[in-house]
Design a protein around this ligand. Structure first.
Ligand SMILES: [Zn+2]
Ligand SMILES: [Zn+2]
Length: 405
């Protein structure tokens, strides 16, 4: 969506007064954003009619569509989202230029326009100040917001100094419309003509349908990723984790983790979690000089967040121990609750030894008889004198406190 017509909504501080006055007045009943609505609907109409009359019988046309879809989506996930919105890694100028061009192919407004709204989404998730609030329904969070000229009084709380300081962002913001239109209206037909001798198919499949695919895959993250999937890291917001969406969005579908730790360059944290955006950032960091640094949340903090969610989901009373929130389990319930797990009881706490049992100097066998909630405190205290480090490891794997009956 071209952004410039709307710049006044989140203008720089010098125009804040004008912005705030207008916002307050318009917040109650946002006007229809006709230009956006017409553009958006036209794209879909052309896509449907074009697909009907120009269904490809040439693999090159499919290839052009696929390249457009993937490059545009990666421009959004690698550039707009993980680099500029969250600063989850740093990128040198040549890479930033490439990402700005790829992001322009996403046709979702300039970097500055997109990033400010995205930051607002994270800061005020699920409230009226969230541009894509899931509480306003699936349709609104997916595409409904596109049709409204909403104003965001809270936008003045969102920092944009880093964006204003980046010459790549400034240039792309200034020339976004001519760049985006040139790409769709001129470049795609030209590529179609030169590659497979069909400018119209180039326009329809590269320019229009490629764009519609990028749009909906991105918008799914605002809509379906707040409705379907798991919540392992935070229950405070509607964000969820979802493999299907991760497949469609180059890894952005792991949205519950992302809302919990937005500065992590990963959205899917396990190595095997489908997240090509993460793999590309890591490869650029490891094999080139274009990504000097990446940000990664320590495993300890992730484990803590996950435990906290498990505690809340269990519905049991909780207690805070060394800054961690743990559920309190009655002694008589321990074996029932932790029946099929590699959890044991040590000194009044349920400890999940799954991760370190194999590395334990005494071997995994030492725990086996106690799996399922057995109490191995006596062995822990008598068989060996554990070091401070060993004790702190055990503390790190606590999952519950056992209540004396
Ligand atoms: Zn979200
Ligand atoms: Zn985000």
């Amino acid at each position: 969506m071209p952004p410039q017509s709307e710049t006044v909504q989140f203008v720089d501080n010098k125009n804040k007064t004008e912005s705030t006055t207008k916002s307050t007045k318009d917040t109650d009943k946002p006007e229809i954003w006709w230009a956006n609505a017409i553009l958006f609907i036209s794209y879909h109409l052309i896509a449907v009619v074009g697909a009907y009359y120009y269904w490809p019988n040439n693999w090159r046309v499919w290839m052009l569509f696929y390249i457009n879809w993937q490059l545009g989506t990666l421009g959004i996930t690698l550039g707009y989202h993980r680099l500029w919105s969250h600063k989850s890694y740093t990128a040198r100028m040549p890479l930033r230029i490439v990402l700005a061009i790829m992001g322009t192919m996403g046709f979702q407004g300039s970097i500055k326009w997109w990033v400010l709204r995205h930051r607002l989404h994270h800061r005020y998730t699920d409230t009226d100040s969230d541009p894509y609030s899931a509480h306003r329904g699936l349709f609104f969070s997916h595409v409904g917001w596109i049709f409204l000229k909403s104003h965001y009084p809270k936008m003045e709380n969102v920092d944009q100094s880093d964006l204003n300081a980046d010459p790549v962002v400034r240039f792309q913001h200034k020339y976004f419309i001519p760049m985006a239109l040139t790409y769709v209206l001129l470049l795609q037909p030209l590529i179609g003509y030169l590659w497979f001798g069909d400018a119209v198919s180039g326009f329809i499949w590269g320019g229009i349908i490629g764009r519609v695919a990028v749009w909906h895959c991105t918008f799914f993250v605002n809509s379906l990723a707040h409705y379907l999937g798991d919540q392992h890291y935070t229950l405070e917001v509607t964000a969820r984790g979802n493999l299907i969406l991760a497949l469609l969005t180059n890894g952005e579908g792991w949205h519950n983790y992302h809302h919990s730790f937005p500065f992590d360059y990963r959205n899917g944290i396990r190595l095997t979690d489908w997240d090509p955006t993460k793999w590309i950032i890591y490869a650029l960091h490891t094999f080139t000089n274009q990504v000097p640094s990446i940000r990664r949340i320590p495993d300890k903090d992730i484990e803590k967040a996950s435990k906290r969610v498990i505690s809340h989901k269990s519905g049991l009373p909780v207690v805070q121990v060394d800054g961690e929130i743990l559920p309190v389990v009655p002694k008589s319930e321990v074996k029932k609750i932790y029946k099929d797990t590699k959890c044991v009881v040590i000194e009044g706490y349920v400890v999940n030894v799954d991760k370190f049992a194999e590395e334990h100097p005494g071997g995994e066998g030492i725990f086996r008889a106690y799996y399922g909630g057995g109490d191995c405190t006596a062995g822990y205290l008598k068989l060996n004198r554990h070091s401070e480090y060993a004790r702190s490891l055990v503390e790190g794997y606590r999952v519950a406190k056992v209540a004396a009956e």
